[in-house]
Design a binder for this molecule. Structure first.
Ligand code: ADP
Ligand code: MG
Length: 645
C-alpha cells in the first residue's frame, strides 16, 4: 500500500495545536508518557503470549530503549512490545477514544490564552481546578505530548506476529501520513522525535537519566539508554522491578507517587496509599491508592475502577469488574495474585471464586482503613468524603454485607450547623422524645436550607439532615433506619410536630374557646380551597410545619417524595404527574385574614382567585414550574390592583 495522508480528528488537531505552540515549563513529561505507553505495550504482548507463545519466540526479554542522535537531533523511544497494525496506528494516533477529553482540551486552551495575557502584563491567577498539560495521560491522549518537544514525530511499528511494518508520521499540523515501512523494528514500536530547537537538552544523557529516575523508575521492565558514540556502554536507567514487589522500606514517597501517576493516570497527590501483602490461603499483593481529587469521569456511566490485575507479575487486565465493587471505583493501583492461573481468560475472571475472595478481602481492608481515618483524622476524612462520599454511599444498597461498615462513615450536612455530621452524632443530639431521623432531599444545599418545610422543625430546635446527592434517594429507603431510628422526610406525609409538641410538653395552655373558633374558620377555608382547586392537588390541609411561609407542597405518605419525582422526570423515567398536598399555615396573617373572610358576602369569587395564587406560590417555593404563568400573573395583578385601589 502506498503512502496515504489522513486528517486528524478535529479534537486531536485542536489538542495538537495547543500542545505544540504553548510554552510549557514541564515538557519533560512527554518521556514519561512515551515510556508508559511502551511499558503498556510490553504488558499487552506478555499477556497475549500466554496463549500464543509463538508471538514472543526468540525475544522474550522486554525492554524500552532510548537512543539519541546528536547530529540528526533526534531522540527515539523503542519497545519490543505488541506493536500496531496500520489500522491500529490510525485508530490510536489519529482519534480520541475516551470521552471527557474535550473538557481537557478546553482547559488547556484557556491556559494557553492565560499565558499570553500574562506576557502582556494582564496576568490572571490560573483557575485551580483547570487541568494542565501534566495531566495529559489521565485523559488518554498522552502520546500527543510528544509534540511539545518535537517538530516531527515518526512512529515505526510492527505488530507482533505480522510481517508488514508501518510508518506513521506527522508534523502535528492537522494531518499525518501512513505508509509501509521496512525500517520498523522486528517487533514493537520505535518513536523518533525530531526535536525542536529549544528542546535539544533532551539529547543529554544526564537530563534523560534524571527524567527517567524521577518519573519512570517504577516501570517493571528495563529502560535502557543506548550509547551515542561507540565507546560508551548501554546503561539501564531504572530499577526495573515491579514496585509493589519491593518491600515498603525500600520505596520512597516519590516512587510511590510516580507509580500512582503511571498506574492510575492520576496527577494529584494520592489521599491514601495502601500497600499490603496477604499470605496464607490466599496469596496476593496490593498497592492501592485513593486520589485526593475526583477523576473527571467518576460519574460517567462507563467509568470503571482503575485497579490492574496481575498474576505473578504478568499484567492480565485493567477491566476485571469482579475485583473492585463499583462503589469503590475511585481506587487505582494494582492487585497481583499468586494463586490465579496465568492462562486464565479475561472473560471468566469476573466469576472466578478466587477473584471474589480477593475482592472481599480488599473491600474489607479499604473500609477498615477509612474507618481508621474517620476516627483518627476526622478533618482529613471529610476531605475524602466531599470527593467520594456520593460514590461510597452506593455501597449502602449495592453491598448489604458492608452496609454496617459504610453507614458509620457517612457524613451529612444538617440544619444544626455549617459542618458535616455523622448519623451517630445526629442521634446523640436528638431530643429525648424524638424517635425518627428527619431528612430533606434536594439538588442544592443553599436552596434546601431555605425550604419552607423546615420552618416548623427549625423553630422547635429539631435537627434535619440536608441531603443533596441523587444517591440519597436510593440508599435511604433501602436502609430504612439507623440505630432503630427510621429516616423520615419532612416533605412527605403529615407533619408530626403537634405530636412532638405534646411529647415535649412545650405546648401552650389548653385551647380556649377563641382558639377553637379560629380552628373552625381555618377548617372552613381549607374546605373551600380544596373545593376550588379540585383535581389540581391531592388534598389541602392545615399544618404545623410552617412558621413563616403561608403555604407549601408536600408528598402524601405513600407517594414519591417531591425531589425524587423531579429527578425521575429529568431522566425521563416518569411521565405521570404525582399530585401533591397543599398545606396552609393557620398562624400566618394572610391565612388568618382569609379565614375571617370566608362566609362573608361576595367573598367567594375573589377567594377562589386567591386559592389559585396560593397554590402557584407553593409551586414557586418548591422550585416547580408553573403550569400557567400567564394566569398567575393576571391573578396577582388583579389582586394587587384591588389592594392599591
Ligand atoms: P493511553 O495510553 O492513555 O491509551 P496515549 O495517547 O498515550 O493514551 O496512547 C494512545 C494509544 O496508542 C494507546 O492506548 C495504545 O493503543 C497506542 N500506543 C501508543 N504507544 C504505543 C506503543 N509504544 N506500542 C503500542 N501501542 C501504542
Ligand atoms: Mg499513554
Amino acid at each position: 500500500m502506498s503512502e496515504q495522508t489522513l486528517s486528524f480528528e478535529a479534537e486531536v488537531a485542536r489538542l495538537l495545536d495547543i500542545v505544540a505552540n504553548a510554552l510549557y515549563s514541564n515538557k519533560e513529561i512527554f518521556l514519561r508518557e512515551l515510556i508508559s505507553n511502551a511499558s503498556d505495550a510490553c504488558d499487552r504482548l506478555r499477556y497475549e503470549a500466554l496463549t500464543q507463545p509463538a508471538l514472543t519466540e526468540g525475544d522474550g526479554d522486554f525492554h524500552v530503549t532510548l537512543e539519541r542522535d546528536s547530529r540528526a537531533k533526534t531522540l527515539s523511544v523503542s519497545d519490543n512490545g505488541i506493536g500496531m497494525t496500520r489500522d491500529e496506528l490510525i485508530a490510536n494516533l489519529g482519534t480520541i477514544a475516551r470521552s471527557g477529553t474535550a473538557a481537557f482540551v478546553e482547559g488547556l486552551a484557556q491556559d494557553a490564552e492565560g499565558a499570553g495575557e500574562a506576557k502582556k502584563g494582564k496576568a490572571k491567577a490560573k483557575a485551580k481546578d483547570r487541568p494542565d498539560v501534566t495531566q495529559i495521560g489521565q485523559f488518554g491522549v498522552g502520546f500527543y505530548s510528544a509534540f511539545m518537544v518535537a517538530e516531527r514525530v515518526e512512529v515505526f511499528s510492527r505488530r507482533a506476529g505480522e510481517a508488514q511494518g508501518w510508518l506513521w508520521a506527522s508534523d502535528g499540523q492537522g494531518s499525518y501520513s501512513v505508509a509501509e515501512s521496512d525500517e520498523a523494528p522486528p517487533r514493537g514500536t520505535r518513536i523518533v522525535l525530531h526535536l525542536k530547537k529549544d528542546a535539544k537538552d533532551f539529547l543529554e544523557p544526564a537530563r534523560l537519566r534524571d527524567i527517567v529516575r524521577t518519573y519512570s523508575d517504577h516501570i517493571a521492565i528495563p529502560i535502557r539508554l543506548a550509547p551515542d558514540k561507540e565507546d560508551e556502554a548501554v546503561e539501564t536507567l531504572n530499577q526495573a522491578s515491579a514496585l509493589w514487589t519491593r518491600s515498603k522500606s525500600e520505596i520512597t514517597d516519590e516512587q510511590y507517587r510516580e507509580f500512582y501517576h503511571h498506574v492510575g493516570h492520576g496527577f494529584d497527590e494520592p489521599w491514601l496509599r495502601l500497600h499490603f501483602k496477604a499470605e496464607g490461603v490466599l496469596e496476593y499483593t496490593g498497592l492501592l491508592y485513593i486520589p485526593s481529587t475526583k477523576p473527571f469521569d467518576l460519574f460517567h456511566p462507563d467509568r470503571k475502577h482503575r485497579v490492574k490485575l496481575y498474576v505473578k507479575r504478568v499484567f492480565i487486565t485493567d477491566d476485571c469488574k469482579g475485583l473492585i465493587p463499583p462503589y469503590l471505583r475511585f481506587l487505582t493501583g494494582v492487585v497481583d495474585s499468586e494463586d490465579l492461573p496465568l492462562n486464565i481468560s479475561r472473560e471468566v475472571l469476573q466469576d472466578n471464586p478466587l477473584v471474589r475472595k480477593i475482592k472481599n478481602a480488599v473491600v474489607k481492608r479499604v473500609l477498615t482503613e477509612l474507618t481508621k481515618k474517620a476516627d483518627k483524622a476526622p478533618e482529613d476524612f471529610e476531605s475524602f468524603w466531599t470527593q467520594f462520599g456520593p460514590v461510597l454511599k452506593e455501597g449502602l444498597y449495592e453491598d448489604p454485607d458492608q452496609k454496617d461498615k459504610i453507614l458509620p462513615l457517612c457524613r451529612f450536612h444538617s440544619t444544626a450547623g455549617e459542618g458535616l455530621t455523622s448519623l451517630a452524632d445526629y442521634v446523640g443530639r436528638m431530643k429525648d422524645w424524638q424517635d425518627v431521623i428527619y431528612t430533606i432531599t434536594g439538588d442544592d444545599l443553599a436552596a434546601l436550607k431555605r425550604s419552607p418545610q423546615l420552618e416548623g422543625y427549625r423553630a422547635r430546635g429539631i435537627e434535619v439532615l440536608l441531603l443533596t446527592d441523587p444517591v440519597d434517594e436510593f440508599w435511604m429507603p433501602a436502609i430504612g433506619s439507623f440505630q432503630e431510628k427510621p429516616f423520615q422526610s419532612v416533605t412527605r406525609g403529615a407533619a408530626d410536630l403537634d405530636k412532638l409538641d405534646e411529647k415535649s410538653e412545650s405546648k401552650d395552655e389548653d385551647k380556649d374557646e377563641a382558639a377553637e373558633e379560629t380552628d373552625a374558620k381555618v377548617n372552613a377555608l381549607v374546605s373551600f380551597v380544596r373545593l376550588t382547586l379540585k383535581d389540581a392537588v391531592k388534598d389541602v390541609r392545615s399544618t404545623s410545619r410552617l412558621t413563616e411561609s403561608a403555604v407549601c407542597l408536600v408528598a402524601d405518605v405513600g407517594d414519591l417524595d417531591i425531589h425524587l419525582e423531579r429527578m425521575l422526570k429529568q431522566h425521563n423515567q416518569l411521565d405521570e404527574q404525582v399530585k401533591r398536598i397543599l398545606e396552609v399555615n393557620p398562624k400566618h396573617p394572610l391565612i388568618r385574614r382569609l379565614s375571617e373572610r370566608i362566609g362573608e358576602e361576595g367573598a367567594g369569587g375573589e377567594l377562589e382567585e386567591v386559592a389559585w395564587v396560593l397554590l402557584d406560590q407553593a409551586r414557586i417555593l418548591e422550585g416547580e414550574p408553573l403550569p400557567d404563568p400567564a394566569a398567575y400573573a393576571k391573578r396577582v395583578s388583579a389582586l394587587l390592583e384591588k389592594g392599591l385601589g
